[in-house]
Every structure is written in structure tokens, then in C-alpha cells.
Design a protein around this ligand. Structure first.
Ligand SMILES: Cc1cc2nc3c(=O)[nH]c(=O)nc-3n(C[C@H](O)[C@H](O)[C@H](O)COP(=O)(O)OP(=O)(O)OC[C@H]3O[C@@H](n4cnc5c(N)ncnc54)[C@H](O)[C@@H]3O)c2cc1C
Length: 277
């Protein structure tokens, strides 16, 4: 924990031996930043369940704290119980608990329909063993019926036993502050750490943002589009925008930053160093 908060990193489990080798090299560089913890995503349908655990164990072997994500979509109580036992057996004490997204074409949610039900289950099964982080959406989850509903649903996750939250990424700092104010007014007091997405590619960011409901403000989108294939300019502009966003978030009291590294070291390292974390 630095004087200015708890800063963490997120990875996804590599799918190929080459991806695993590249991630090891990226992690070696990122480990020097001394993150509070590294979280590892958990794919839908259980397809990367072993990959999540293997990556978590590697990270711990390198001397860092690691937190696997766990998602419930498409899973049975029994399979989730097994995952929890497996994590517990390895002495893992921190989880990021999510609903996950239904693969298109399937209708079966599994045992639980929402993350709040998964959190209740984790608490029933394992008591206070795990510190549980959950997802929060300052610009609202795309499936939420209304902002008020989404806040109410966020509250359900905290009441079910979540300890803290990490947000979906955003580039509108005001959305985060408004969300924090709304949480405070609703009596929700857990730390809500902004998720930070470095900007590496304009097209990938636009595609991903559309699907997860994160807005790229018009002035940022237009500038990114204007650089065409000039990756160096996209990255330089992205670094300026995101450094400024992070700096303002920390100055106003965000409890830390969680970086979506996309398994790449350079942008996160530069941001971290520019911010003096
Ligand atoms: C920090 C972070 C990490 C992530 N990691 C992963 C990962 O590792 N693997 C993965 O597959 N996905 C991951 N995701 C994506 C996440 O799974 C999706 O955003 C998913 O669509 C919602 O998950 P949730 O846990 O927020 O769901 P929930 O909190 O269950 O919310 C989902 C939707 O349902 C609504 N809702 C909730 N409860 C109710 C209720 N009782 N009645 C009616 N509506 C309700 C909410 O308002 C929201 O619209 C991550 C997202 C974030 C922000």
C-alpha cells in the first residue's frame, strides 16, 4: 500500500505456450512496480479455469499476491464449490467475484443468475476466508434497467458480503465521482477502486467499449481516429489522457487504481512511473 492508495494489475490466462512466455516477461517488468496484488480473469464456461489457477500460482511463485477471478455463469453449485476448495487448498485468500457473460446462443445461466447470489454462496461455503472484490459500473452496466436499479443491484453484492469493488474502465472521471456520491448516499461504504484501461489501439478500444458499455468521450475518439495507423501517436496521446485521468482521480481521493494490463507491460509501467505510484 503506497501513501496514495492500493494499486493493482489485471492479467488474463494465456491460451498458448507463446502467450505464457510473453506474459512471464511482461510480469517480470511489472513486478518491479510492486503492485498490491495481481488479479487473473476467469473465462466463461470454465474453459480457462485451469489457466486462471496456473497463472495465479505462477504469480505467487514470483513473490506477488494474486487474486483469481471467479464467475458463475453456466456453472453448477458443485463445480463452483470445487473451484473454491481448490483456491482455498492453495491458500488463496482474495477473489474477484463476477457473474460473467453468457456465451451467445446459450440460455442456461447455471446455478446463479447474478453475482450477488455467487457472493452469498461463497460466504455460505467459506465464511470469511476470502476477501471478495466485485465489479462496479460508474457508467452503468449495459443490461441494467436503470441507473437506480444498477445501484440497487450493486448494493445487493455488498450486502451479500463483498469487501470492495473494482470498476469497469471509464474515461469520464465525473461518472466515477457521481457513482461514489450515489453509493455514499445509499450507505455503501466499501472502497471502490477505478479500473484503468491504457490506450494501445483505437479500433480494439472502440470495439471493446461498445460491448461493455464504457463511453469513449467524443474528443478522445476523434483524436484517436485522426491518427489512423500511427500507433506511436495513439499510444502517446493515450498515455497523456490516462495519466491525467489517474492523476485527477488520486488527487481527489480514489482509494487506488487497478490497471487492465492486457498482458502488456509497457503502457502500465509508463503510467505507473509518470504518476509516481
Ligand atoms: C473488474 C471487472 C473484472 C471482470 N472480470 C471478468 C472475468 O474474469 N471473467 C468474466 O467472464 N467477466 C469479467 N468481467 C465482466 C463481467 O462478468 C460482466 O460485466 C458481466 O456482464 C456482469 O458481471 P457482474 O459481476 O457485474 O454481474 P451482476 O452484478 O450480476 O450484474 C449484471 C447485470 O444484472 C443486473 N442485476 C444484478 N442483480 C439483479 C437482480 N437481482 N435483478 C435484476 N437485475 C439484476 C445488474 O444491474 C447488471 O445489469 C469483469 C468486469 C469487471 C468490471
Amino acid at each position: 500500500m503506497s501513501a496514495r492508495g492500493t494499486h493493482s494489475l489485471e492479467f488474463f490466462p494465456p491460451r498458448t505456450p507463446e502467450g505464457a512466455a510473453k506474459l512471464r516477461i511482461a510480469r517480470r517488468q511489472l513486478a518491479q512496480l510492486k503492485p498490491a496484488f495481481c488479479s487473473v480473469t476467469f473465462g466463461a464456461g470454465g474453459s480457462t479455469r485451469e489457466g486462471t489457477l496456473a497463472t495465479v500460482l505462477e504469480i505467487r511463485g514470483e513473490g506477488l499476491h494474486a487474486a483469481p477471478h471467479i464467475s458463475c455463469v453456466g456453472s453448477t453449485r458443485e463445480s463452483l464449490r470445487e473451484v473454491l476448495q481448490q483456491y482455498r487448498g492453495h491458500g488463496i485468500r482474495h477473489l474477484v467475484a463476477l457473474r460473467g457473460d453468457q456465451p451467445s446462443g446459450t440460455a442456461d445461466f447455471g446455478a446463479f443468475r447474478y453475482a450477488s447470489e455467487l457472493i452469498e454462496f461463497i460466504r455460505e461455503e467459506t465464511g470469511d476466508w476470502f476477501h471478495i472484490d466485485v465489479a462496479a459500473y460508474p457508467e452503468y452496466h449495459p443490461q441494467a434497467r436503470s441507473p437506480q436499479d444498477d445501484l440497487e443491484n450493486f448494493r445487493r453484492k455488498i450486502e451479500a458480503g463483498a469487501d470492495s469493488a473494482i470498476t469497469q474502465y471509464f474515461y469520464n472521471a465525473d461518472a466515477y465521482w457521481r457513482f461514489r456520491d450515489d453509493c455514499a448516499a445509499a450507505g455503501i461504504e466499501v472502497p471502490i477502486v477505478p479500473g484503468i484501461m491504457p490506450i494501445a489501439s483505437a479500433t480494439k478500444l472502440a470495439r471493446f467499449s461498445d460491448s461493455c458499455g464504457a463511453e469513449i468521450p467524443r474528443w478522445i475518439r476523434r483524436r484517436l481516429e485522426s491518427y489512423g495507423d500511427d500507433t506511436a501517436s495513439i499510444r502517446a496521446f493515450g498515455l497523456d489522457v490516462v495519466t491525467d485521468l489517474c492523476g485527477r482521480l488520486l488527487a481527489r481521493g480514489a482509494p487506488g487504481l487497478h490497471f487492465y494490463t492486457l498482458n502488456q507491460a509497457s503502457l502500465t509501467t509508463t503510467l505507473w512511473q509518470r504518476l509516481g505510484l
